[in-house]
Design a protein around this ligand. Sequence first.
Ligand code: FES
Ligand code: MG
Length: 597
Amino acid sequence: ELEDRLKGLDTTPAKTLRSTKWLNHPDDIPMSALMMDRYLNFGLTREELMSNKPIIGIAQSGSDLAPCNRYHLTLAKRVREGIRTAGGIAIEFPTHPIQESSRRPTATLDRNLSYLSLVELLYAYPFDGVVLLTGCDKTTPACLMAAATVNIPAICLNVGPMLNGYDKRELIGSGTVVWKARELHAAGELDDEGVVEMVTKGTPSAGHCNTMGTASTMNALAEALGMALPGSAAIPAPYKERQQCAYKTGLQIVEMVHADRKPSDIMTREAFENAIVANTAIGGSTNAPIHLIAIAKHMGVPLNLDDWDTLGHDLPLLLNVQPAGQNLCEEYYRAGGLPAIMAELLDQGKLHADILTANGKTMRQNVAGKHSWDRDTIKSYAEPLMRQAGFLHLKGNLFDSAIMKASVISPAFHAAFLENSADPNAFECRAVVFDGPEDYKARIDTAHVDARTILVMRGTGPLGYPGAAEVVNMTAPGHLLKAGLAYSLPCIGDGRQSGTSGSPSILNASPEAAANGNLAILRDGDVLRVDLTKRRVDMQVSDAEIAERREALMAKGGYQMVESHTPYQDFFRREVGPLSEGMVFERAVKFQRVAQR
Ligand code: FES
Ligand code: MG
């Protein structure tokens, strides 16, 4: 169908291409020659560059340093063939690599760095359109943020999830297995060797994490926004369909340039609302609100955490993939991928159906009737995995804003904390407070933690742990686990969380301790009341006492954070906003549609 359209396409663009300003100055041929000559020295010809063919960037971040995206190197070749076939010229280039698990202090720090550098590249070079190769967690939002700012025709192509991991017949999910192994290790049920073996079974092939972690989430949301081909997000990296999809994406971007279909035509308020709705149905990551708000800010679309609660909380979980469910991404893909999820939502009138997507069709045209055949993996709307599975947006006297994912509260936690409480939607606990992950590691086994403790992690927001650490995953101490504690303790943090813990995790609290939010004055033993109906978390400390503690905090110069270790960390801290606002560089937001300048 697409190829038919391309055959019938008038390849003479209606207006001069953006790249022509660089490469074909009729009134300044020496300038054209200068701009062009280095592109010739690897074999492109003057005719190709001066024939007004669309110049398409292939932005990829695969390298030995970024293993999750390393398969970009292969996919880019197939994208290039698509671009060529459709009459474009491909210019492939590397973007800032991000390696999620070994980058210190945290890979989130790099999202904005990658964003800034990609904006510069797309603005400054002769691109008419770009294929954004995405994948590992922050690489996808970084690309979409840059596409929003620059606003040239752009389409995402995910690297694709890894194949399923297995231990014998048991599924092992990348990323989430770490938390399971940690718990078994702490309880003495797994030795050191066993931990390494178990964890590495979760990463059996090329691709990004095979769970519904941040990578699968953000690529599903790219598709839900309309910024990727329908059905593309879930295809496992090594499958043949992934390479075929790379080729089709290359064809598509050339068509998008001719149609002048830009991010601003696709990433509208309605598209962001669709993405929020989709996120609940897939059981998406708690990092999604941060990244989606960041993309919206750079697109100039108003979006906030109340929107996430209002539009997303009440919806059901449809996708049975870890961490909220049981399966992994191979099942997700074979069950129909995101279009099968969207088809359920479409039937219920939960989507803006008539909005434009990258392929020039509407969301409805892309997903209508694509219901799953596999009801174990993708549930029907009538019989979901869980009802009301979205995020709650919490406020109170401890912070102005934090989110909680409702879909991961375990039945054991529910039975222990909520069923016997006077209000089955509220509970109280004593806080044990840690200043960062190092403090947690040092003290978790000796601190006064019991079965009614709420674990608090502070100093881990965008300023405190520059970039916001993904460390609000706190397991109970070994003595409680050995005694058979059947649920994870509730936790609160001004940082982020990876995977799931099966308990209420109150995350991304803003303002963070390092910005002298009230988390900074919380003490061990303070009672916290969490009221899910009222969407509040309050420390049971009088206003007078709060004022006194705040005064004392400010008198000693505020919350003490570690110093910056690199120039960029320092730059980041001076420019960044809170997690509740997408953790963007606030002064960057005013630069919009820069390619049109
Ligand atoms: Fe790269 Fe999960 S760590 S995708
Ligand atoms: Mg992660």
